[in-house]
Design a protein around this ligand. Structure first.
Ligand SMILES: Cc1cc2nc3c(=O)[nH]c(=O)nc-3n(C[C@H](O)[C@H](O)[C@H](O)COP(=O)(O)O)c2cc1C
Length: 256
């Protein structure tokens, strides 16, 4: 009998392996994209379909969704320049020298911001006060979260959503590029993504570019809209681990 069990095991394992390989395929497809294929623009419907897939399946604490995801077509030259300017890569460099964050020149962008959910949270925590929903204060950073607990949940949840949407899009052959580097001006990001029009929108967090990517082996060029000159992307995606060596598994995964 032991033997039968032993024989069955690899069958189960193989079944799992088939499922897991397809997920690994998607993991392997995704990479942070700096160079966008300007000839091919993903259709809104395709991106919205991926967003719906994520919205339907993603976990969220008490299904409160303490964040919003703002989808925007990035085709207005003035706004493209503005976004690129607030996403300077290295603040110690001049605009001429700086390689920038060309992820945000993608044909589509999503912006993430925290969302007022204190009304929902008060079902369980009567004293919850994160954010003020009073008809005033639109477009302001309204952090009033003393010990940072809710902000932490928002950030964790935005991170989970980011991972899901990157993979849901990669599964459709669409690339993404994260940019947390909005070092110059969060207020401008707040305006660009129209947070002030939405009373439930709290602090702006970060931007993700979405589009079809060019090949990952070439250090492509792009047009820096700040100076209207061509520059190389920061590095070819294939070289990422030369630029940023990946820490050893055991430094990150602690097996207790
Ligand atoms: C939360 C977050 C923010 C990031 N912000 C930036 C950024 O501002 N600029 C940038 O070039 N890359 C940014 N990245 C991309 C990482 O540097 C990238 O994921 C890493 O180098 C691994 O490369 P890969 O995504 O191609 O696997 C960010 C990644 C994460 C998870």
């Amino acid at each position: 009998m032991e033997h039968t069990k032993y024989v069955e095991k690899p069958v189960t394992y193989n079944t799992k392996e088939i499922t897991m390989n397809s997920l690994v395929d998607v993991f392997e497809k995704r990479h942070t994209t700096f160079a966008w294929d300007e000839e091919r623009i993903p259709e809104r419907e395709l991106i919205v379909e991926a967003l719906q897939e994520v919205h339907t399946h993603i976990p969220s604490k008490n299904l409160q969704f303490p964040y919003q995801v703002r989808l925007m077509r990035n085709d207005n030259p003035e706004i493209r320049e503005q976004i690129f300017s607030i996403c300077q890569r290295n603040m110690h460099m001049t605009v001429e020298e700086d390689y920038g964050n060309p992820q945000v020149l993608a044909p589509w962008l999503i912006g993430f911001n925290a969302r007022f959910v204190s009304d929902l949270e008060r079902r369980y925590e009567p004293d919850s006060v994160r954010g003020v929903y009073d008809g005033e204060g639109k477009g302001k950073v309204r952090t009033n979260d003393d010990n940072g607990a809710q902000t932490q949940t928002e950030n964790i949840e935005i991170g989970i959503f980011s991972a899901y949407i990157m993979l849901a899009l990669a599964n459709r052959g669409i690339q993404t590029g994260m940019c947390a580097n909005i070092c110059i001006n969060y207020e401008e990001a707040t305006e660009i993504f129209k947070l002030e029009e939405d009373e439930k929108a709290l602090d702006f967090r970060f931007i993700m570019g979405i589009g079809y990517g060019k090949d990952i082996e070439t250090r492509h060029k792009y047009l820096d809209p700040r100076i209207n000159k061509e520059k190389h992307i920061p590095f070819a995606p294939v070289d990422v681990e030369v630029v940023y060596p990946r820490p050893a598994f055991d430094d990150i995964i602690i097996q207790l």
